[in-house]
Design a protein around this ligand. Structure first.
Ligand code: GCB
Length: 605
């Protein structure tokens, strides 16, 4: 509760400070999805007065403040907005694909939803939980500020218990997707900056003292032990008994919380079905405190490296992957539904993948939940992309916070095997320190998974045919990954034939990207850019070249499906899409799809 008071008094807090509930996916909840009213506000007129001072800083904000959801008190009263008479938008969903006039819009849009709510029990507490909002969200409830969240791809919540009424509640969210130099990601990317409440909104009711977090995984050092912790939140959380139950393994253990409400979990297990792509076995796990019981489905496996190998359950594994952006092949725009996830991961399976790289930011929770079920290993990535403000402390805090939030959400998912710190970042001392600190943070939060980053290749001692990885961050990662585009940005596909690789680090190597653009249906000879034949040829040559990388333990070509990017303006070919997909945005498979599928078919595990 103290946190909430803090947020009300100091509403400009940079990052969301509250404990974020885990496994909201499976908790009882009321959906706030659906129709919301919205107001487009490019000048942020509903946020600042004419002296450009935020209304929310004033003790008595005037009616013009949009978060008050004001109405005229009488016929003479002046109020220059009205949510209830404003247009309707569907939540979740990006605004760009819901309204033509918002297609390229980058700025502020205000959202409002009114609702009634009856608590199940008087003393229960209620949280409003957002799966994600891009990019900055200022959240108000019944006219009071709950807080602010920065970062477009991770969940956050605020407690509303004290402000909640049985009737006529209103939730107002100011969403701002303006790109900023100091932000994560920064101004410059190669994907669409979809704005809005892009994922689900939920109300979650919990008891006074409740389970807010738990981490239940196999001990990486000993696969006969389940290890982790459970944390309670509330006023009475010390010396509380919690049971952890896995019926199928006949486990029913009691743990007791310490003064901070945390209980360590260590459970010896005799025989267990390990999670693996061929048999992605998930156990029902029940966590039971006095007033509530939470259910999850958890797979148990270990992932580590030994020399140049990646070991899944102590056996060598080759990662047959593909990169994916979070775009819906069904509706277009940002993907957010179970069906979107199903479509994308089914295509990946059809391609023969046992692994996907979710680029370049955390995708929605359906993706990792489904990957768990479908037996697909996952690389999850922090949106530290290209050149950001390495020396800016707030930028670092922001990156660390986004990483923390995705680890928090997905740390119980067996499918997730790699946390990626960044993509294609330039080597220099401030960047090295930035990424090293992120890696430290990541290891401290989750010692059970591997760390990587998509690095860049360089020439070996100035020679244009011998490639190497010359990056100090290569010493920090567990898995050495790099992107390379020989044959597309660098020469023609046959250039691959003359390339040799001299990798000095004794680590497993993943090629996190390679690819070529092709317009589906454009057929020509294999040296004609944008033809399906060129793309297929590049895949053939690249696959041969990569087989000469001795320590190659997998790759994820760029990319499964063509995706929107404002950088891609070539008429008749790109038309706003990055065309490196193996599948067009309409779901049509290009020739290279089969080349890769055949390669993966022939590769054993
Ligand atoms: C890259 C980036 C990716 C781009 C891709 C391309 O190296 O990591 O985000 O979309 O190249 O198509 O140029």
């Amino acid at each position: 509760m103290r946190f909430l008071i803090f947020l009300i008094l100091f509403p400009t807090t940079m990052f969301c400070q509250e404990n974020i509930l885990i496994n909201v996916y499976n908790r009882d909840q009321i959906s706030l999805n659906g129709q919301w009213n919205y107001i487009v506000d490019p000048y942020e007129n509903g946020f600042y007065n004419y002296r450009y001072e935020p209304f929310e800083n004033s003790e008595n904000p005037p009616k013009g403040a949009f978060f008050l959801n004001s109405k005229p008190d009488n016929k003479s009263d002046l109020v220059e907005y009205d949510f209830d008479k404003s247009e309707i938008i569907t939540v979740p969903g990006d605004w760009n694909t819901q309204s033509e006039r918002l297609y390229y819009y980058e700025g502020t849009v205000w959202y409002k939803k009114s609702f009634n709510y009856q608590k199940a029990k008087e003393l229960n507490r209620v949280f409003v939980y957002f799966d994600a909002i891009n990019y900055q969200a200022d959240v108000y409830f019944n006219g009071k500020k709950l807080g602010k969240h920065v970062g477009g791809f991770t969940p956050f919540n605020f407690e509303v218990t004290k402000l909640l009424k049985a009737k006529d509640n209103f939730l107002v969210v100011k969403v701002d997707n303006k790109r900023k130099k100091e932000a994560i990601p920064t101004l410059n990317t190669d994907w669409w900056n979809y704005g809005g409440i892009t994922r689900d909104v939920k109300l979650v009711e919990v008891p006074e003292n409740f389970i807010y977090d738990y981490f239940i995984q196999l001990d990486p050092e000993n696969d006969k032990k389940i290890k982790g912790y459970i944390k309670l939140s509330g006023e009475e959380i010390s010396k509380k008994k919690i049971r952890i139950i896995i019926p199928e393994l006949a486990i029913n253990n009691e743990v007791v919380t310490d003064v901070k409400g945390m209980a360590k979990v260590t459970i010896d297990i005799a025989k267990i079905k390990l999670w693996e792509p061929q048999n992605p076995y998930l156990y029902d796990v029940i966590i039971e405190a006095k007033a509530e019981s939470i259910k999850d489905q958890i797979g148990f496996r270990t992932i580590k490296t030994r020399g140049q190998d990646i070991l899944l359950n102590n056996e060598e594994v080759f990662l047959k992957g593909i990169c994916i952006h979070e775009e819906s092949a069904i509706r277009k725009g940002r993907a957010h539904t179970k069906e979107d996830a199903k479509q994308l991961l089914t295509w990946a399976k059809e391609l023969g993948c046992n692994y996907v790289r979710l680029a370049h930011y955390p995708h929605n929770e359906h993706m990792v939940r489904l990957a768990d079920k479908m037996g697909i290993m996952v690389w999850e990535e922090n949106p530290v992309y290209w050149t950001i403000e390495w020396e800016n402390k707030e930028t670092y805090k922001n990156a660390e916070n986004q990483l923390t939030e995705v680890i928090n959400r997905d740390k119980n998912r067996a499918s997730v095997i790699i946390w990626s710190m960044a993509n294609e970042t330039p080597t220099n001392s401030s960047r090295n320190l930035f990424l090293t600190n992120l890696a430290k943070k990541s290891r401290s939060l989750d010692p059970t998974r591997l760390i990587s980053a998509a690095l860049e290749q360089s020439d070996y001692e100035g020679n244009n045919t011998i490639k190497t990885i010359d990056d100090p961050f290569a010493e920090v990662v567990d898995v050495l990954s790099f992107n390379q585009y020989i044959g597309w940005y660098d020469g023609l596909p046959e250039k691959c034939r003359n390339i040799s690789w001299k990798i000095t680090q004794n680590k497993p190597v993943l090629v996190s990207e390679f690819g070529a653009g092709a317009k589906f249906g454009l057929h020509a000879d294999e040296l004609t850019r944008w033809s399906e034949e060129y793309q297929a040829y590049l895949y053939q040559e690249t696959l041969k070249m990569l087989s000469r990388v001795e320590q190659l333990r997998g790759f994820s070509p760029w990319i499964l499906v063509d995706f929107r990017s404002p950088r891609r303006v070539l008429p008749e070919i790109q038309e706003g899409y990055n065309r490196k997909g193996l599948i067009s945005e309409k779901g049509e498979k290009k020739k290279a799809f089969n080349i890769l599928r055949n390669f993966y078919d022939q590769k054993k595990k």
